[in-house]
Each structure stands twice: as C-alpha cells, then as structure tokens.
Design a binder for this molecule. Structure first.
Ligand SMILES: NC(=O)c1ccc[n+]([C@@H]2O[C@H](COP(=O)([O-])OP(=O)(O)OC[C@H]3O[C@@H](n4cnc5c(N)ncnc54)[C@H](OP(=O)(O)O)[C@@H]3O)[C@@H](O)[C@H]2O)c1
Length: 332
C-alpha cells in the first residue's frame, strides 16, 4: 500500500552510480539505520536489497495527500540510498523527491541525470554557496571532471557564468570542451601540482577524486576571500562500517572538525558534500535542461538483462558520463 505522500512509478530507464560499492556492503551500517523498518522487520535484514538510485518513468498511483502529481505524469527522481532502489520495473518514491521530467529529454536521457546533478547541486550550492547570482567572475576547479558528477557540475557552473577549470585525463578533453570547460588540465601528463602552479587561484574547488588531490588542491584557493573546498569523497560511511555507528561517528566528527579548523585558520572553508534527494532542486535542473544549458552525457545504454555487464564496465573505471539501463520498453 502506498503512503499518503508516496508515488508509484513504472520505470522505463535507470542509470548506475555508486552501486558497485553498495553491492559490496559499503555504507550498510549507516543505511540500515534509516531503512524502512517494515522492510527490515519482514525479512529480518536489508535483503533483498534493490540497488539503483535514478528513476525516469510514468506515475502509476499516488498517495492520498499527493496533490502535485497524477497517474500518467512523466517524472524523474533520485531515490535516497536508505530506500529500496530503482533496479526494478516499479519504484515507490516520496512526492518531494519527484519532479516532472524535462520535456526535451527522452526517458533514457532523463535517467542519466538526477543523482549526479543533485549531488553536484548540493555540493556547489549548499556547500560552496554558489548560485546563478554568485557565479559570474568566479573561478572554479573540478577535479575528476569527466565522470557523472563532474560532467553535471561543469554544466551547472557554466550555465551560471563561472569560469571552469576541469581536471581529467587527455582522452576526455573533447567532452570537456563540448560541455563548456574554459581550461582543461590533463592529470596524466605531468604532476597536477606543477600544472596548478601556472594557474590563477580559485574561488571554489569541487573534488570528486579524494586522496592526495585534497591536500594538494587546497593550496590553490584564494585565502581570506570566502573560498571553499568541497570533497565528495568522505570517510563517513566507511568509518561507520569499520568501527560501528558510535565510534564511527566520533571518528568522523573529529576528522571533519580538525580539517575545518585547520583550513579555517588559513582562510579557507573546508566542506564535505553529500547527495540529497530533492524534487524542487530537480525542477530547477529540469528548467536548465529544457533551456538547453544542461544535457545528459551518456556513455552507453544497456538492456536490463545486461546489468551484470554494466557493473563490470563500471568496475573498469574511466567513466565518461553515465551508463543507462533500459528496464522496460517505453513503447510497450
Ligand atoms: N558524497 C556523496 O554523496 C557522493 C555522491 C555521488 C558520488 N560521490 C563520489 O564522488 C566521486 C565521483 O562520482 P562519479 O559518479 O562522478 O564517478 P565516476 O562517474 O566514476 O567518475 C570518476 C571520474 O574521475 C576520473 N578520475 C579518476 N582519477 C582521477 C584523477 N586522479 N584526477 C582527475 N580525474 C580522475 C575518472 O576518469 P579517468 O580515470 O579516465 O581519468 C572518471 O571519469 C566518487 O568517488 C563517488 O563515490 C559521492
């Protein structure tokens, strides 16, 4: 039975994201705390666990309090990781996670965007304080610009008038140029540090790679000017998996506070970014899509029977945008 604010969608397409790690158990301790208690109680565990976050399809049924959507609407959404996912023909989402699909996109195209665009949006808007009004004249560096989040972030920033420097490997240069990147750095030909030294300092950095790139890139922000570094690669779920919730949260808190304080003393804001589901933000992203300012970057569209192949492809890395799975034939 549907909750009052829930919507049941029949899906045409979905795309793959951080599902490889989740399939390996990544985040289980934290996500199980927030999972639907009925689901966990009925099966005694989180299994069977449905992976997949993105939805693009047709509304089949609406809960009693859902006013904004009706059966037959064409919608897109990204469902949060503590809910059952979208590798299925039907998915239940809350009304505030859903948005009307941009008219200019097919379902295959629409399925490639919500999760990565919302992740880029929350990192840039909520963590860096960037927006249409604040971006003109700002210099932003994106490390790991050729994957799902990076390609969405470049387009959001360009649509708001920022100057974007993209860090990727050489064979992604054409895609980066097509998306509007102003400056491109190939991290495979020379050290990133040597190449960043030749650039003017940045107002914001979005780090999609983590590891050594964090300490290195932080030096290239403009200190004492409100400059912000945001990374999507955080130890939050990993610490909870490894140490349990209480110790994991403690370790995470200590790490975050010490990094924030250390960089604050040098005049830099240090932040962690997280995906957050949001129908209203998707409405705004959808407007940019229909205005031709954001387009999907799709590497491959595979059939539902080829999910295993899609996972193997993801495991190989070097994504150039997104891989989409066709769940049902949209013509049927
Ligand atoms: N915190 C959150 O809520 C959240 C949400 C979504 C994603 N994430 C994280 O954010 C990161 C990016 O996600 P995604 O979906 O965009 O991943 P993705 O699609 O796999 O893209 C990663 C990209 O980074 C490139 N890359 C790898 N090493 C690099 C380096 N040293 N310098 C520059 N580029 C490099 C890869 O291409 P090449 O190897 O060919 O260069 C690939 O194009 C992942 O670590 C993911 O786990 C976090």
């Amino acid at each position: 039975m549907l909750g009052r604010m829930n919507i049941l969608c029949r899906k045409s397409f979905l795309h793959l994201c951080r599902q490889l790690a989740v399939a390996d158990g990544y985040g289980a301790n934290s996500l199980n705390m927030s999972r639907d208690p009925l689901h966990v109680k009925m099966s005694g565990s989180e299994f069977p666990l449905i992976l997949g976050r993105d939805v693009s399809g047709t509304v089949m049924e609406c809960g009693l309090n859902v006013k904004y959507f009706k059966p037959g609407d064409q919608v897109w959404a990204a469902v949060p990781p503590w809910k059952q996912g979208s590798f299925a023909e039907f998915v239940v989402a809350s009304a505030n996670e859903v948005s009307l699909k941009p008219k200019s996109l097919s379902h295959a195209e629409a399925a490639s965007l919500p999760y990565v665009a919302l992740t880029a949006w929350t990192a840039l808007v909520n963590s860096c304080g960037l927006s249409k009004e604040k971006c003109p004249g700002k210099r932003v560096l994106i490390i790991g610009s050729s994957g799902g989040v990076g390609t969405a972030a470049i387009q959001l920033l360009k649509s708001w008038g920022a100057h974007v420097t993209a860090v990727c490997s050489g064979n992604a240069f054409t895609v980066m140029k097509d998306l509007g990147a102003d400056d491109i750095i190939d991290y495979t030909v020379a050290s990133l540090q040597d190449q960043l030294k030749t650039k003017d300092p940045f107002d914001a950095i979005l780090d999609n790679v983590g590891g050594t790139s964090e300490e290195l890139a932080l030096q290239y922000l403009k200190p004492w000017s409100g400059a912000t570094f945001v990374t999507l690669v955080t130890p939050f779920l990993y610490n909870n998996d490894r140490l349990g919730i209480a110790d994991g949260m403690m370790r995470t808190g200590v790490t975050l506070v010490s990094k924030v304080m250390k960089h604050y003393c040098k005049g830099i804001h240090y932040r962690w970014g997280f995906f957050a589901p949001s129908g209203p933000f998707l409405d705004e992203i959808g407007e940019l899509v229909d205005a031709g300012k954001i387009r999907p970057v799709i590497e491959d569209v595979l059939q539902f029977s080829d999910v295993r192949k899609a996972f193997q492809k993801l495991e190989a890395g070097h994504a150039r945008g997104k891989t989409v799975i066709q769940v049902v034939d949209p013509k049927k």
